[in-house]
Ligand binder design. Structure first.
Ligand code: ADE
Length: 215
């Protein structure tokens, strides 16, 4: 069972996706679990504040250490082995290899920063800094969904592969970039290559290899 505990101020932005399609199926089959922690619950003062202005000046607000550490520690109190992922544009670029290495029985805590950034000392409680690409998003929620989706679909059984052979073919599929077609055979004069209707699996495999996008 893989578990993700997502620490966020915007649970409502994440929930619909995780309750849809494959993510929901993974939960339904008992292969994945998603849990939320509201960072606001650990906020400071009457306003439950979670951010403040940067020392040294500058624009914007930064996530403060106290609420973040308290939120993470509340999860780790129940599961000390849980690993913390921080989506950040200065993290290591996320790719298929990383997704594969995360797809195992484990409990991940994803901390979703918001506002302009976070206090650097937060990194001392983080295990993995993950960047989705060289662009800046307003928060960690979209990266969290991408990380979760790309990992959970690799868990055997999630995509419907009941046997290891099927599972294997799904993971192979991650690298296949050959053109694919479904019905109708002829759409507005654009026809499906006849080789794909030939029933000759050897020739089809060769055609796919030749037309694959990878070098
Ligand atoms: N937070 C803001 N931008 C991000 C990015 N590109 N990747 C991961 N987390 C982010």
């Amino acid at each position: 069972m893989i578990k993700f505990t997502i620490i966020t101020l915007f649970q409502e932005a994440l929930e619909p996706y995780l309750k849809t399609s494959m993510m929901w199926k993974a939960v339904d089959k008992g292969l994945a679990e998603f849990d939320f922690v509201n960072l606001r619950d650990f906020g400071l003062g009457p306003h439950k504040s979670v951010d403040d202005t940067p020392y040294g000046g500058g624009d914007g607000m930064l996530l403060r250490c106290e609420p973040v550490f308290a939120a993470i520690e509340s999860v780790k109190a129940k599961d000390p082995d849980a690993k913390v992922i921080l989506p950040t544009p200065v993290g290591e670029i996320w790719d298929q290899e990383k997704a594969k290495s995360f797809a195992k029985d484990a409990h991940y805590i994803i901390l979703c920063p918001h506002y302009e950034g976070y206090d650097e000392r937060i990194l001392s409680i983080v295990d993995y800094k993950v960047s989705l690409g060289k662009y800046v998003l307003t928060g960690g929620e979209l990266p969290a969904l991408i990380i979760i989706d790309s990992v959970v679909r690799l868990i055997p059984g999630v995509l419907g592969g009941e046997t290891s052979a099927l599972v294997e073919s799904f993971s192979d599929g991650d690298n296949l970039e050959y053109p694919q077609y479904t019905k109708p055979y002829d759409f507005r004069g654009m026809k499906v290559p006849d080789i794909l209707l030939s029933g000759n699996h050897g020739e089809i495999a060769k055609w796919r290899e030749e037309h694959s996008g990878k070098a």
